[in-house]
Each structure stands twice: as structure tokens, then as C-alpha cells.
Design a protein around this ligand. Structure first.
Ligand code: TPP
Ligand code: MG
Length: 736
């Protein structure tokens, strides 16, 4: 059967072949015929799509032509719905072998509502089949690889912590079923060009180091659009470059030969299943249909070179093989091909009749349809635990309460893992066991003691590679884990930008709710550090609030940090949790420990002080500065400022802003980031747009100068908004 892996291949049944002493790597004649059916179907779906594109009935086409043999072989060696798959766009034959139908593929091409991949949101051939464990694919070349590593880590984690997989009410776990096998393999494929991406090397490094059951497949067709492999890869052969990675099983194969490919996959999969480590298959294939319909390879490849490729076409090779070995004769081949054509015609007709998605669905599944983090049910009161000796409860810092919240939640939910740079107490855990050291627990000590309390498979250091942290977190969260990872400084978040912008917030939407990756990214942010300088002081939250699909939280005090972090961890969506470094241990905003269930809903601002004359809207480290300014303004000039701390930037609390500005008729938006195109610009624009009739003065902003934060404190003070700047602006606006 095409759709199932044969766990015990039947061996060569044909007596004639047996007597000839020939074996086909344990593939039966039926399986070989099936392989040809899959390969031929794959090619013909491409051909039909190309025709449909020329007729303008579909909008994009990318072919799997030339990659069919390796795809069918992988599909035979691995198990659909059991193993996990992160396939490249040329893996049409693999998807057919896993059980996908031409009809489903054509629904993708027409962008039908019933397109199982994305409901018309993602280009065709960017595979996603929840039923086969084929995980939603994007278009950036290489961003799937670290996610595959995280996926494999997820499978291993649940095998070691089976209790964690249980369903649980009261948080994201209610909606996130977990399945795992214990000996599963995670398949990930990429092109020769994509091996140039840094994330490929980061993924190889971690899979090797952790001996993960990831099967890397490089489908090397010699070109990345028009760029030949020797430009991508030093020396022109990726196998030679990766050979030094420990713990791998390596194969370099002719990927146009399905039998040889199958044998390589079977060996590599067995190695991965046995827990020996990752596999790497370097398959040499061809690309007979140019890169895509927008590309004409005759512009950069001479005829002689293209002819060499054509001689290795896997479809013709397989036909010849079947005939030569007496498995199918010409008539048999014609019959099979006719059957494929007939079925394809029906699939095309049905797909062209399929209903398109309706525009009113566009906003569906940006966020979880199941769990609303703005729900008033999350509005709780802090638990006040009075000490029995009658003493006052000692107020805790933001750092203390974040640490306490992480500890509470890790105790409550075994799916939580914490990793990042320096977050462990000590990677060399014997030092901890022998009590030779105290442990580090983060450069700001926010995760201190957690490895000691919960063990090294729940709290561990990552390599110094931010894409590695976020990419793996996405893969783990896809499997139902709850990674709460740390980016050490906001200034260094950029290597993870592809994962944060093009992957994490899109997993649910682009798969039409087929997959989700609710994880928490904690990031130390902000300046006012006296010596932090350019690369330890940046803000830039608007870059992420500009990204649909990700909540952005920015607390200004200890209690809000605890309540919002808990909501973030229990949430069914990705959350970027921004922690201001200057506020970690500030006297301002300390609070007693609020108990292990204290939550604050997202999107609810806090009125820090109410007033009648002017509304100041701010968040983060500007809150204490604005408060100081507002108090001085009232003392000296009797102006009563209503100070709003947004706390959560996406979603944000428009209702509270609107009610306040409608009362005071004046609005000042203050933020630490650079003034132009900063977060407050959007708030100011909304006020101007929707509250125009209520305003007695222009909407003003106070923010950093449009420059990076400098080292010398005199310069830093001049660059970042200070209480005096806020005071001046508040006074001017109140007098306008
Ligand atoms: C990060 C990124 N950069 C550029 C592109 C545009 N692009 C799409 S496919 C491709 C070439 C990929 O070549 P290769 O990995 O060898 O795969 P092949 O198409 O040859 O199978 C490029 C440059 C992209 N999708 N993603
Ligand atoms: Mg290529």
C-alpha cells in the first residue's frame, strides 16, 4: 500500500528473480510497483498544476520533479502518523507515500477552503497534514530545521516524562493533546542551497550533541534557483563538510534510485530509532522543471548539462528498471499510468469546483479559539499570607517574583522546560550534586535554583545561538510542551528574528488551526543602566507588536510581572514577555508574593493614579518616571494626571485609554523606545483618529531620541526620556 509503511517487507516473492539472485533491499515487487505509482503520480500532479497555472486557474506552482525517488523511499522507510515530518517543498512524492492524495494537493493549488494544508492561506506544496504528523511548512529556506530538532526533543521528553503528556484542565493543556512513541524519528529535508543557512548548522550541532533522532535529508539537485552548489558549499559537497559531527549515521546516495534510497533510509531510520543519534542522508537528485514557473534554467545551464540530468530522470529510470527486472511489462506500465491519469482527472475536476475560502475567515486562528487570555476569569486577587509571627510581609523584587512564578508553574506543569544562555545553575551538574558550587541561574539570576529543584532535563543551557533557542522552542511547543525560554538581552534577539517573525506567530494561522506553538519567550529589555551602552539597552517592542499572532507583555512592577507571567505560561498562544532590566531589583513596585495562582488577564491596563486634567499612557520603566513627574506636577501646579500603565502591549487596553481621554481631554503617550515609529505612535494615532472630538489639545509623545543608547551616562540621560522631560511635556499639555 502506498499509504502505509510495511513494517516487515515481504522479501522478493518472484521465484524467477530469486533464482537470479536478485534482491531489492527487501522491497517486494508490489512495493516497487507502488513506488512507481507514487513517483508517477507525483510527476503528473506537477504536470497538471503547470497546465492549470498556465490557464490561470491556480496561482503558484513548484514542482517535486526529479525528487520523486527519494521521497517515495523516505515514505516507505518511515511511518505516517507515527514519525514526524518537516518536508521541503519538493517532497510531493513523500507526502503521497505518507497518504496524501492528489485531490488534497490540488485543493492547495486552487487555494480552496477545504485545502487541508492551510485553507487557502499558504502556497501549495508547503505541506501540512496534522493526520500524518506533517508539520506546517513556511517558505524561508531552512527555518524548519531547528523546529524539527525541537520536535524530536519533545518526543524524547514525553517518553521520559509520560505523566506530562496527560490532559489537564485550566490552561493550554486542555486543548493540546500529546502523542509520542518512544522510538519515533523526526524527518526534515532541505535543499543544497538551504544548507548555507546558519540555522542548518545550529540544528546539526544540537542534534549531534544531544544524540537526537532527527533524520536530516539534503535533496541536492545542484542548484538553488540559479546558484550552483559549489557557490553554496565549500568544496561542492555537503557530505564532506558535515562528516565531523559526532554521533551521526551518514549516507550519500543517488537519490534518483528508489531502491538504493530506500536502503539508506531504512538504515538511517533504524539508527535513529535505536537512540544512537541523528541520521544524515545526502541525496543527489535532479531538477528537470527549472526552479519554478518563474524560472527558466536555460538562461544559466547549457543544454549538455541539462541532458546529463535528463539521463538520470527517476521516472524513466524506474520504468526501465521495472521492465528490465520483469516486474512490470510495458502493458502493465501503461495500465498503471492510465489509472493514475483517470484518477487525477477526477481530482482536478473536483478541485476546480471546490469552494474558495470566504473573506470573513481571514482573522480566524491568529490566536487560540479555545483559550482567551483576556478573560475576566483570570482577574484574581493576590493572596496575602501574613507571617505567623505578626511581622510585616517582606516585599519582593520583580526578579524574586518572576523566579517564584517560574518555580510555581514548573511544579504545577511538568510540560514546562526552561532553556537559554546561562539559565541553568550549572551544566556540569556533578558540581551541583557534590555541592561544590551555588549555581548561576541566568545572568540576571532570574532562573536561579530551578535546575537544582527540577533537574537538568527541565532546565538547561542552550548554545549561544538565539535562533536555536526559539526554533527549538517552537518545535517542542508544537508537540505540546511548554518551553519558557530566555533571550539574554533584547539587543541580541535578532538572530532569532526569522523564527520570531515568520514562524512562531504564524504556526496556527497558516495551518488553519492544524498546529499551534504556544511558548513563552522571556527577554531582558531596556536601558537606564548607567553603562549599558548600545548593545545592552535597546527597546524595540513595536517590531513585535507589529507582528500578528504573538502577545507582547511589558510589566512595570513585581506584582504585574508575576500575574502576567503566569497568564503567559498558561496561555494557548505564543507570548513575548519583556522584562525591564532596570526594574528587576528596583525599590519601586516591590510586592509580597501573591501566591501560586495569581493571574492577571492580558489587555487590561492599570490606572496607577487617577486624575482629571491629563491622561498619560505609558508602560515599563517609564511608569515610575512618569509617576514621579505627575506627583511633582500636582504638588507644584495642582495638575491632576491620570497615569495609565498598559502592562500588556498586544492586546492593549483601548477601553481604559478611551475612557480616560474622554474624561481628561488631553493625552500624552510616553515610551522608552526611540520616538519615531515607536509603540506609542500607534496609540497616539488611535487617539487622534477615534477620540478627535474629545480632545482639547494635540496628542503628544515623549520618548527616546532617534538614536541608540550611548555608554557615557551623560549621553544616556540625554537620550532616554527622563522624569524632567515628562514633567515638562505634562505641564505644557495641561496648559495648552
Ligand atoms: C530565507 C530565504 N531566502 C531566499 C528565499 C528564496 N528562495 C526560495 S527557494 C530558493 C532556492 C532554494 O534552493 P535549494 O535549497 O537548493 O532547494 P531547491 O529549490 O533546489 O530544491 C530561494 C533562494 C527563501 N525562500 N528563503
Ligand atoms: Mg537545490
Amino acid at each position: 500500500m502506498a499509504t502505509k509503511t510495511d513494517p516487515k517487507p515481504a522479501g522478493v516473492a518472484d521465484e524467477k528473480l530469486r533464482s537470479a539472485g536478485k534482491t531489492y533491499e527487501s522491497l517486494s515487487r508490489e512495493r516497487l510497483i507502488e513506488a512507481y505509482r507514487i513517483m508517477y503520480t507525483s510527476r503528473r500532479v506537477d504536470d497538471r498544476e503547470i497546465l492549470l497555472k498556465r490557464q490561470q486557474k491556480i496561482f503558484f506552482q513548484i514542482s517535486g520533479a526529479g525528487h520523486e525517488a527519494v521521497g517515495a523511499a523516505a515514505g516507505f522507510a518511515l511511518k505516517s502518523g507515527y514519525d514526524w515530518f518537516y518536508p521541503y517543498y519538493r517532497d510531493r512524492a513523500l507526502c503521497l507515500a505518507l497518504g496524501a492524495t492528489p485531490h488534497e494537493m490540488l485543493l492547495m493549488a486552487v487555494g480552496a477552503a477545504a485545502d487541508p494544508q492551510s485553507g487557502g492561506r499558504q502556497m501549495p506544496s508547503h505541506w501540512s497534514f496534522p493526520k500524518f504528523n506533517v508539520v506546517t511548512q513556511s517558505s524561508p529556506t531552512g527555518s524548519q530545521i531547528l523546529q524539527a530538532v525541537g520536535c524530536a526533543e519533545g518526543g524524547r521528553y514525553f517518553a521520559r516524562h509520560p505523566q506530562a503528556a496527560k490532559k489537564n484542565g485550566g490552561d493550554y493543556r486542555q486543548f493540546k493533546d500529546v502523542k509520542f512513541q518512544g522510538d519515533e524519528v523526526t524527518y526534515v529535508s532541505l535543499g543544497d542551497g538551504a544548507t548555507s543557512e546558519g540555522e542548518f548548522w545550529e540544528a546539526m550541532n544540537t542534534a549531534s550533541n544531544r544524540k537526537l533522532p532527527v533524520l536530516f535529508v539534503v535533496e541536492d539537485n545542484g542548484y538553488a534557483i540559479s546558484v550552483p552548489v559549489e557557490v553554496q558549499t565549500a568544496g561542492g559537497n555537503i557530505s564532506r563538510l558535515v562528516a565531523g559531527f559526532p554521533n551521526f549515521h551518514f549516507e550519500e546516495i543517488d537519490g534518483t534510485d528508489p531502491v538504493a534510497s530506500y536502503a539508506a533510509f531504512a538504515r538511517a531510520a533504524a539508527y535513529c530509532r535505536a537512540g544512537e543519534g541523528p541520521g544524515f542522508i545526502h541525496a543527489h537528485v535532479i531538477r528537470p522543471y527549472s526552479h519554478s514557473l518563474s524560472d527558466d534554467e536555460r538562461l544559466y545551464r547549457p543544454e549538455a548539462e541539462r541532458n546529463l540530468d535528463a539521463a538520470r530522470d527517476p521516472i524513466t529510470r524506474m520504468q526501465m528498471f521495472l521492465i528490465r527486472e520483469g516486474i512490470l511489462d510495458e502493458k502493465g506500465i501503461n495500465r498503471l499510468e492510465k489509472q493514475v491519469e483517470d484518477e487525477l482527472q477526477v481530482a482536478v475536476d473536483q478541485a476546480l469546483d471546490a469552494a474558495p475560502p470566504t473573506p470573513d475567515t481571514i482573522m480566524q486562528f491568529i490566536y487560540s479559539p479555545d483559550l482567551d487570555p483576556t478573560s475576566s476569569a483570570l482577574q484574581t486577587e493576590p493572596l496575602s499570607v501574613a507571617p505567623s509571627d505578626g511581622k510585616k510581609v517582606a516585599p519582593k523584587t520583580m526578579a524574586d517574583l518572576i523566579n517564584a512564578t517560574l518555580r510555581d508553574e514548573m511544579r504545577r506543569d511538568e510540560r514546562i522546560v526552561i532553556f537559554g544562555e546561562d539559565v541553568a545553575d550549572a551544566s556540569r551538574e556533578q558540581y551541583l550534586e557534590e555541592k561544590l558550587i551555588k549555581g548561576k541561574g541566568g545572568v540576571f539570576k532570574l532562573t536561579f535554583g530551578l535546575q537544582n529543584d527540577f533537574g537538568s532535563d527541565r532546565v538547561f543551557n542552550s548554545p549561544l545561538a538565539e535562533a536555536n533557542i526559539v526554533g527549538r522552542a517552537i518545535g517542542m511547543a508544537t508537540r505540546g510542551m511548554k518551553p519558557v525560554v530566555e533571550i539574554q538581552f533584547f539587543d541580541y534577539i535578532w538572530p532569532a528574528m526569522m523564527q520570531l517573525r515568520d514562524e512562531l506567530p504564524l504556526i496556527r494561522w497558516r495551518s488553519n488551526n492544524g498546529f499551534s506553538s504556544p511558548c513563552v519567550i522571556r527577554v531582558a529589555i531596556g536601558g537606564y543602566l548607567t553603562g549599558g551602552a548600545i548593545y545592552h539597552s535597546q527597546c524595540g517592542e513595536s517590531i513585535f507588536t507589529h507582528t500578528p499572532g504573538m502577545h507582547v507583555v511589558f510589566p512595570s512592577n513585581a506584582l504585574d510581572a508575576a500575574g502576567l507571567l503566569r497568564t503567559a505560561i498558561r496561555c494557548d498562544d505564543p507570548v513575548l514577555f519583556l522584562e525591564h532590566k532596570r526594574l528587576y531589583r528596583e525599590t519601586f513596585g516591590r510586592a509580597p508574593y501573591p501566591g501560586p495562582d495569581y493571574t492577571i488577564p492580558f489587555g487590561k491596563a492599570k490606572v496607577v493614579q487617577s486624575g482629571t486634567d491629563l491622561t498619560v499612557i505609558t508602560y515599563g520603566a517609564v511608569v515610575p518616571r512618569a509617576l514621579q513627574a505627575a506627583q511633582k506636577l500636582e504638588r507644584e501646579h495642582g495638575v491632576k494626571v491620570e497615569l495609565i500603565d498598559l502592562r500588556c502591549l498586544n492586546p492593549f487596553d483601548w477601553e481604559t485609554i478611551a475612557a480616560s481621554v474622554s474624561k481628561t481631554n488631553r493625552a500624552l503617550v510616553a515610551y522608552e523606545d526611540t520616538l519615531s515609529w515607536g509603540y506609542g505612535a500607534e496609540i497616539a494615532a488611535r487617539i487622534a483618529d477615534q477620540l478627535f472630538d474629545q480632545l482639547d489639545a494635540p496628542v503628544r509623545r515623549v520618548a527616546a531620541k532617534d538614536v541608540f543608547v550611548a555608554y557615557q551616562p551623560i549621553l544616556e540621560d540625554a537620550i532616554l526620556p527622563q522624569a524632567e522631560d515628562l514633567l515638562r511635556a505634562m505641564k505644557e499639555l495641561s496648559e495648552y
